[in-house]
Design a protein around this ligand. Structure first.
Ligand code: HEM
Length: 138
């Protein structure tokens, strides 16, 4: 992929559609029996408590990975440590992500966002399987 392609991705999706996509995604996550208890325990009752901040942070993250303007300075790996996540959680997360991007976006943008999530999964999953405070062994 060229730099130009990534620059275009955020522009093609647009800030408004990205934000709407994220709220749609987490609305779906919160109807899911496997994923919702974990988010509820961490962020409180959807869509209040920690949710607006979480989604704003995720917007920053997705702006960064689609090469848009972003002030995101978080640590996606460590955020997933100690939550008790296993493969089934990641399979479900990606399935709901695929459904949401497919519903909300034209095929090229949907496929690009799906590919980005699939590419990040192994790293985040390795962190998720490592106790908090420790680094995953590569
Ligand atoms: C490829 C898959 C995933 C990606 C790209 C992803 C991305 C992210 C990012 C960027 C954050 C914000 C980190 C920060 O604070 O800066 C986050 C937080 C979080 N993610 Fe994920 N995530 C993925 C999978 C999952 C799964 C499977 C779960 C399980 C339910 C999950 C649960 C959470 C929770 C609960 C938080 C909030 C952590 C906190 O604020 O303490 N994520 N995720």
């Amino acid at each position: 992929m060229t730099q130009a392609h990534h620059d275009a991705l955020f522009t093609q999706i647009g800030e408004v559609r990205l934000r709407r996509l994220l709220w749609h995604f987490y609305a779906r996550v919160m109807t899911d029996p496997l994923l919702s208890p974990i988010f509820h325990a961490t962020l409180g009752p959807y869509p209040h408590a920690g949710w607006p901040v979480h989604i704003a942070r995720l917007e920053g993250f997705w702006r960064a990975v689609t090469h848009g303007p972003s002030a995101y300075r978080g640590q996606p790996g460590p955020a997933h440590q100690g939550l008790g996540l296993d493969r089934a959680h990641f399979d479900r997360w990606l399935h709901l992500w695929e459904t949401t991007v497919t519903d909300d976006l034209p095929a090229p943008e949907a496929q690009a966002l799906m590919a980005l999530a699939q590419r990040m999964r192994p790293t985040i999953e390795r962190f998720a399987q490592t106790p908090p405070g420790k680094d995953p062994t590569c």
